[in-house]
Each structure stands twice: as C-alpha cells, then as structure tokens.
Design a protein around this ligand. Structure first.
Ligand code: GLY
Length: 342
C-alpha cells in the first residue's frame, strides 16, 4: 500500500514516471549499471568504444574518452562520418560535431570542410573560445589557427561512386526527405527499406570511474543534402546533451526531426522525472511519431542514453538500430527496441 509520504514522493516524480512503470522494469534488458561505461551508436561504435576504453579503463576522464572514441570513426574511410563520407549535392563533404562535459561546458562546429577531426575542433571551441559554436569558413579558419591541417577535397572512392550514382537522378530541390523519396523510386532497395537506415552519425556517451559523464557526436550529415544544411549532431540539446546529475543522451537519424523536439535534452528531462534511459528514449520517439503522423514511416530517429547509475537504454522509430556497449569485461552490440516494425 502507498502511504502518504510515498504518494507525495511519487507525485513529485511526475505522471510520466507512473505511466512508465512497465518500462522501468524493462530497463533491465539493456542495463549494465557498471562504471566506467561507454556506449555509441551503430556497429562502428564497437571500434570507437575500444579507443574510448583505453582512456576509461585506465581511470581517465570521460571527456577525453568520448573525443578519442569518435575520432576513430572520423578517420575511417568506410563510414558515413568524417571526410570519407558522402558529399552534399554540390559534391563537397561538410562535417558537424559537438562535445559536452560534466560541467555543462560544450563546443560545436558545423558546415566544416576539409578538417579531418571536427570533434577535436569542437573541443577547442569549448576550451579556447568564449563561444559554443563556430560554423563554415570561420570554423575552418579557427581550426587552421589551432594547428589542424587543411585536407584535400577529393572524395573517397566509395563516396565518389555513391555521388556519381546519385547524380544520375538528382534534382536540386529543397524537398524534405528527398533522399528517402529518391531511394524509394530506385530499383535498388534503400538501406532504409532493407532495415538498415543510413548510418550517418556516431554519437557516444560515457561515464568514467569517478562517475562523471561526457558525450560527443560527429557526422557528415545526410548524404546529398543541400549545401549549407546542418542537422542535429552539432546542436547541443538536439544531437547531444549531458547533465552530470542525471545522465547523457545522443541521437542519430533524421536530424531535422531530432531538432524539432530538442531530442537529447528531452530524453534527459524525462530521465530527470524518473524514467529509465530506455523509457525516456521511447517517450521521445513516441512524441516524434505523434508529431509526424503518417510521415513517421519515412524517417528513422533513434536515441541512446546513459543514466547516473551506469544504466544504458535506447529506442528507435524503426527496427535496425543497434548500439555498441563497452564496460569492464563486456563488449557487445545491443539491438534497440523500436516503435514501428519496418
Ligand atoms: N543525424 C545526423 C544528421 O541528420 O545530420
């Protein structure tokens, strides 16, 4: 029976916590509850986590771990992150990234060209400027002044092939979701239709041995996007948010829709109300699906979160999203639950 004190305490948690009692029980499926711990989006997260673990496992700071971790993916030529990724519609790779530590310090770069490690530039923005975000030419100038080399503009072989293919049918129109529409018009099933939506981002959140949280997020954004388009990944609160009292969250998928609900911040606020990471990610996904209505079928968005106890959780609109988890003695890919079957 609930006594008066318990009732008041539960009420203070907010109705969301009560509604999601079932989800709280379900959190055990993805929970580890250990520290240090690092989680990151998609299969590429396995390699990224290894680099992060070198720091976390040696007692290092979560901030250093999440920077070093995603740099592995940024350097990869076979991924949709970093300079090897698909270009925009004009044939240029443009990169977005952000980073956040346990003190609400944050830094971000967007529409950055010819710099191999946007996450490292984002950290410099955080640590060496009075600003949170630098974009485009200004971000590039800052990076060069900080000693980052200016790389060439040649597309990676995979990106060149994909761009040549895209150019065959491309129409330069600012139509939302045109990438999905083009894919659906093609005889080749899109990654989306085959259950593997375009892996366009790596988001990573970690807790170190001291229990402090940090996060990073880096991407080339949507392949064949309009020139100048920026998604959620460099937007603090959308692609990433860290509150050291509550947890850390990152997002992947259609950036415009993550921004629409300030996704990662939303997940953290739901966790603050008492929801487990998985339940909070599910609630945010449900909110988005409700807003999008029938169009929810055309987009993928997933959230990945970690709370202060080291419990992890994720939820996606569509099936096919997985995340990589690393803690002492554990290295695995976890399949996230989803709202829609396809
Ligand atoms: N989530 C990455 C992007 O939309 O740019």
């Amino acid at each position: 029976m609930i006594n008066r004190r318990k009732f008041i305490a539960l009420s203070a948690l907010g109705s969301a916590a009560l509604i999601d009692k079932k989800m709280m029980a379900a959190e055990q499926t993805n929970s580890i509850g250990a520290k240090p711990v690092v989680i990151s989006t998609w299969d590429a997260g396995i390699e990224a986590n290894k680099a992060a673990w070198k720091i976390l496992g040696a007692g290092g700071r979560a901030l250093d771990a999440v920077e070093a971790g995603v740099m592995v993916t940024e350097a990869s030529q076979n991924c949709c992150v970093g300079l090897g990724a698909n270009p925009d519609r004009d044939g240029f790779v443009t990169l977005d990234a952000c980073i956040m530590d346990e003190f609400f310090n944050c830094g971000s770069v967007a529409f950055l060209e010819r710099i191999k490690h946007p996450i490292a530039v984002a950290r410099r923005v955080m640590e060496k400027t009075p600003h949170v975000m630098l974009v485009g030419e200004g971000a590039q100038r800052f990076a060069i002044a900080e000693g980052f080399p200016l790389e060439g503009q040649t597309l990676s072989p995979n990106a060149q092939k994909a761009y040549d293919e895209w150019l065959k049918k491309s129409e330069y129109k600012p139509v939302i979701n045109i990438e999905n529409k083009n894919n659906r018009g093609s005889s080749v099933p899109s990654q989306f239709e085959s259950g593997e939506f375009n892996h366009d981002t790596i988001g990573m959140v970690a807790m170190d041995a001291k229990g402090n949280l940090s996060g990073s997020c880096t991407t080339s954004g949507m392949g064949f996007k309009m020139r100048g388009r920026v998604g959620d990944s460099p937007i603090i609160g959308a692609g990433l948010f860290v509150d050291n009292e509550v947890g850390a969250c990152t997002a992947t998928g259609q950036g415009e829709d993550v921004i629409r609900i300030v996704g990662s911040h939303t997940v953290i606020e739901l966790m603050r109300q008492g929801l487990s990471p998985e339940a909070a990610c599910k609630k945010a996904v449900e909110r988005l699906v409700k807003i999008k209505g029938a169009k929810a079928k055309e987009i993928q968005v997933a959230f990945l979160a970690l709370n202060k106890k080291g419990v992890t959780g994720a939820f996606a609109i569509h099936k096919g999203f997985s995340y990589a988890l690393k803690t002492e003695g554990v290295e695995k890919l976890v399949t996230a639950k989803s709202l829609l079957a396809g």
